[in-house]
Design a protein around this ligand. Structure first.
Ligand code: AMP
Ligand code: MG
Length: 286
């Protein structure tokens, strides 16, 4: 661990951000930088340094996958619009070799997806062995937007929490480490980011008039996020609560969560499946 990284994180991200029984969404300060003592410049420098560590670990995961290891890591990003999910993918996942990344974004279900169980499209997008999967939104939309907008009756969405826990338990047992990140942006910062989307031609494409409509439902979303954390932060797949008003902080935090998940796999380089000496001789003679 580089010396300055040790001193800048007073408490590891995995500890300070982990959701627990006392996590209250209403009390989250999205501008805070829990566990981190540095400033933006420190954070940006650290992102490059730790991004390289992440990349090296991911390469090992990929190498093992090529040798038949079934294990994978899946980063799940959930957050309100403008929380910075896309930027997280570009700036954190952007450090790793794209061929080792299985990325999926989940929007409003297509007519075909609507005809299936909500986990159908999720199952199809799960990372293969050796891959780093990234979900930009996920099955949690089906207990968030679906709950807030009564897209299904309450008897239906209320049964989904336990169904999701069971689904994730099986995923974890079959070798997928889940890194679930709940991204929290403040109502004010969201307003600022939406305003920017209206001011800048390079951001018009991100603007969706529906996002302003959703702002009126902020308390209902807060409630739905609270229920999600209360009911689906399990030992096998805990939630991490990441304040996102400062993008530099959320990015270094998620980088650390991924580094931790990959480190816990305790990966080594896969051994050669050929005779090294024989191959050296063959190469020399060729
Ligand atoms: P974006 O991430 O900005 O492309 O927006 C995707 C939109 O799809 C968001 O408004 C989500 O709430 C919505 N969405 C994602 N999953 C579902 C779902 N299962 N049911 C309804 N809406 C969804
Ligand atoms: Mg959007």
């Amino acid at each position: 661990m580089p010396a300055h990284e040790k001193t800048l994180w007073s408490t590891p991200a995995t500890e300070v951000l982990r959701a627990g029984p006392h996590t209250k969404v209403a009390k989250i300060d999205p501008r805070a930088t829990p566990g981190f003592d540095g400033d933006k410049a420190d954070g940006e420098r650290l992102l490059e340094e730790r991004g390289a560590v992440l990349s090296a670990l991911q390469e090992k995961l990929y190498a093992n996958g090529r040798s038949g290891d079934e294990r994978s890591v899946l980063l799940i990003l959930q957050g309100m619009d403008t929380a910075g999910k896309g930027g997280m993918v570009r700036h954190v996942i952007g450090h790793v070799d794209p061929q080792g990344v299985d990325h999926a974004a989940f929007g409003v279900p297509t007519p075909e997806e609507k005809r299936h169980h909500y986990l159908w499209r999720i199952n199809k997008a799960l990372p293969r062995g050796g891959q780093l999967g990234v979900f930009d939104r996920s099955h949690y939309e089906d207990v968030l937007v679906a709950r807030v907008h009564d897209l299904v009756p309450s008897e239906v969405w209320s049964g989904r929490y336990e169904e999701i826990n069971q689904f994730e338990r099986e995923l974890v047992y079959s070798g997928t480490t889940l890194v679930k990140v709940a991204m929290f942006v403040s109502l004010d910062e969201q307003k600022r980011r939406l305003a920017e989307r209206l001011d800048r031609p390079d951001k018009f494409w991100k603007y969706n008039p529906g996002d302003v409509t959703e702002r009126a439902l902020w308390p209902q979303y807060q409630q739905a996020y609270q229920a999600m954390l209360d009911k689906t932060s399990t030992d096998h797949a805990p939630w991490y609560v990441v304040p996102c008003d400062r993008k530099w902080y959320s990015r270094i935090a998620v980088t650390e969560l991924l580094i931790d998940a990959l480190t816990r796999l305790d990966l080594d380089w896969p051994p050669a499946d050929f005779d090294i000496e024989v191959e050296k001789e063959r190469l020399a003679r060729s």
